[in-house]
Design a protein around this ligand. Structure first.
Ligand SMILES: [Zn+2]
Ligand SMILES: [Zn+2]
Length: 123
């Protein structure tokens, strides 16, 4: 069955994509922790190895694919400050400007939803 085949293929692609994201995140987190001191860039809370899972890597330009080896796009933030950082951006950036964007597309709730369409158009 064609649709069965597509969903199998899709499962594989989704699994691969998840793996790639995990791998990439581990990669830049480890590198960021090597380059930068273990201190939150906002509240200056210091971290030791025990609490380190609460120290997260923030991307200054919010582009998680932008990972220059010198660490210039990374900032270490504790989970609380990291949350604040992002909610502030949502407040100022997405407030009302984007309200009419992509309302008609009901599939946008999943980051992988459009993969099915992409595969359908492929032969
Ligand atoms: Zn903090
Ligand atoms: Zn961030």
């Amino acid at each position: 069955m064609q649709s069965k085949k597509i969903s199998d293929k899709l499962d594989k692609i989704v699994a691969d994509a998840r793996l790639a994201v995990e791998k990439r995140e581990k990669g830049y987190r480890a590198r960021a922790l090597k380059i930068h001191p273990w201190i939150c860039g906002r509240c200056a809370r210091e971290f030791s190895r025990e609490g380190l899972q609460e120290l997260t890597v923030h991307h200054r330009d919010h582009d998680h694919d932008n990972n220059p080896p010198d660490g210039s796009n990374w900032e270490l933030l504790c989970v609380y400050c990291h949350d604040n950082e992002h909610s502030r951006h949502i407040d100022s950036g997405y407030g009302d400007a984007g309200s009419d964007v992509q309302k008609s597309d009901t599939a946008t709730h999943s980051p992988f939803a459009n993969l099915a369409d992409m595969l359908k158009h492929k032969k």
